[in-house]
Design a protein around this ligand. Sequence first.
Ligand SMILES: Nc1ncnc2c1ncn2[C@@H]1O[C@H](COP(=O)(O)OP(=O)(O)O)[C@@H](O)[C@H]1O
Ligand SMILES: [Mg+2]
Length: 292
Amino acid sequence: MDRNIEISHVSKKYKNGVTALDDVSFTVGSGVFGLLGHNGAGKTTLMKALVTILTPSSGTIRVCGRDTAAQGAEVRKRIGYLPQELVMYPSLSVFDFVNYMAGTKGIRDKTKVHEALKAVEMEEYAKRKIGQLSGGMKRRVGIAQALIGEPQILVVDEPTAGLDPEERVRFRSVLSRYARGGRTVLLSTHIVEDVHQLCEELAVLRRGKLFYAGKADGLMQRVEGKVKLLCLEDERQLAGLDRKAVVLQTTYEKDGIRVRIMDDGGNFAGAKTVTATLEDAYVYCMGGKYYA
Ligand SMILES: Nc1ncnc2c1ncn2[C@@H]1O[C@H](COP(=O)(O)OP(=O)(O)O)[C@@H](O)[C@H]1O
Ligand SMILES: [Mg+2]
């Protein structure tokens, strides 16, 4: 299988002493690949290293077989990037903004701009000012500027944060459509649902360390058969529960408290076993609901 991105023993220590990445290695094939982790886990740092905005303290990254350190220009030709905070000019029209961004990549062909807007379903808004767009539309324009020139790899940093459900669904379809035919879309998010819907493979970062990389099914297998649902009558029964099991979720209902737990130690043999979700697996990996 073709691995479009190969990350090998990558570490990054910032000047202030923060180790944002600590010996991270994994590979990414074609399709949509999810990069999951809490805030501060190192997702943005890793993406910046991939797109050659920053240099790792150690380790190597290869994109389509090219080394990011030695062949930066070759790598940049093959990558489109939507940063977490993309600066847009509110007074420019959608077309002019994407055309401007195309120009910075040396692309002067306006049909490419139209193609990019079409790919994100924004062509009918080409003349509208950026300042008049909804959050979801702005995000799609962000994708348009990233996929201009049809790069083999599309790197998108938390693209669905703050979107309403309808826009999120539309956004997912744009990304999965782009990922067809051997391309790679690398998507970072802290929203498990995005990954669940879109990605066959994922990586989980936790405080700069790689916690898991591989198929989503493999992550779920870690919790399968051990996720249980307890029904408690009052709050006092909650106390001490997290010493016996990992608490995944608590919901307060009229007739009591429903608690989803991961019963790793087998302390709740009599409790009802429920079908595990990717969310269960992720929360468990992160050390439970109360992990800060
Ligand atoms: N430019 C920087 N200088 C110093 N520390 C940084 C810088 N950028 C990020 N960090 C720190 O590195 C860690 C990882 O950050 P980041 O890669 O942004 O994580 P994520 O995108 O997963 O939220 C955090 O502790 C963050 O505060
Ligand atoms: Mg980030």
